[in-house]
Design a protein around this ligand. Structure first.
Ligand SMILES: Nc1ncnc2c1ncn2[C@@H]1O[C@H](COP(=O)(O)OP(=O)(O)OP(=O)(O)O)[C@@H](O)[C@H]1O
Length: 257
């Protein structure tokens, strides 16, 4: 266990994950510091989602350690410090919950009893919804939102506990340029205030200016970590271009290429 005051927001060491009896992640090491935005890149099926889902405790691991703010995941009780935005496709459902209900569900980790929402909960929901620009849609069923608006509702749900670490799985999938740029601004504000972000992307696109470090995953292993400008771009088939062998270091400050 690392000193909680010094510890990075997220520290993964030697992570091995098997799914359906098949190795999916092998010896993954990754740090995300406070105030830092790290993007996980890589081809389809390389293991990006499995890394972020492991980081929030959704996937059992074969070996390795995961710490949040210096505390092992298994004993981390401050769930409100963690905001998770799943892949939007995994949220699709025919149940017409409103934006308010979806975002309010993010407050459950803070509520001791499940009675009617308190004033503080309602205020936090309205503030988070306003932050993502959906203030006019509080009562709109999420099924009636555009892809970009739906994504913003999920981001509001992740922000509603005022987290210190945001973990996002493809937050720009199916989102137009304007919404992606708005997300980039929001993330820049979040990290400037000391928040840490780990997100999955297929390509950096409009988020590139706010990404501090790009980490490339290839067949379950980290093959590159460095400044975004040096990250290999995906080709049309989703495979990173091979170029000069990258210097390998998943740790902050060690990988300026
Ligand atoms: N629940 C599961 N059971 C079995 N295999 C799985 C499961 N989830 C993922 N996998 C497999 O693990 C590998 C990594 O999947 P993962 O979703 O982490 O990749 P990814 O890089 O996020 O891909 P994409 O970019 O397509 O979302 C893939 O081969 C996938 O088929």
């Amino acid at each position: 266990m690392t000193d909680p005051d010094e510890a990075p927001a997220l520290r993964i060491r030697g992570l091995d994950v098997d799914l359906a009896g098949r190795p999916v992640l092998r010896q993954v090491d990754l740090d995300v510091s406070r105030g830092e935005l790290v993007a996980l890149l890589g081809a389809n099926g390389s293991g990006k989602s499995t890394i972020v889902r492991s980081a929030v405790g959704l996937v059992p691991r074969r070996s390795g350690t995961i710490e949040l703010f210096g505390t092992p995941l298994e004993s981390f009780t401050h769930r409100h410090r963690l905001g998770y935005v799943p892949q939007r496709s995994s949220e699709a459902s025919g149940v017409p919950a409103s934006v308010r209900e979806v975002v309010m569900s993010g407050r459950l980790s803070l509520r001791r009893f499940l009675g009617p929402a308190r004033r503080a909960d309602r205020d936090a929901v309205e503030a988070a919804v306003a932050k993502v620009g959906l203030g006019d849609h509080l009562t709109t069923p999420v099924t009636e939102l555009s892809g970009g608006q739906h994504q913003r509702a999920l981001i509001a749900r992740a922000l509603v506990t005022d987290p210190d670490l945001l973990v996002m799985d493809e937050p720009t999938a199916g989102v137009d340029q304007a919404n992606t740029e708005a997300l980039a601004d929001l993330l820049a504000t979040f990290t400037a205030a000391g928040g840490a972000v780990l997100l999955v992307e297929h390509e950096l696109g409009p988020l590139r200016p706010v990404v501090d470090r790009a980490v490339v995953v290839d067949r379950g292993r980290i093959t590159f970590a460095g400044v975004p400008a040096a990250a290999p771009e995906d080709d049309a088939h989703g495979h990173p271009h091979s170029g000069a062998p990258p210097r390998l270091s998943p740790f902050p400050g060690e990988a300026i290429i």
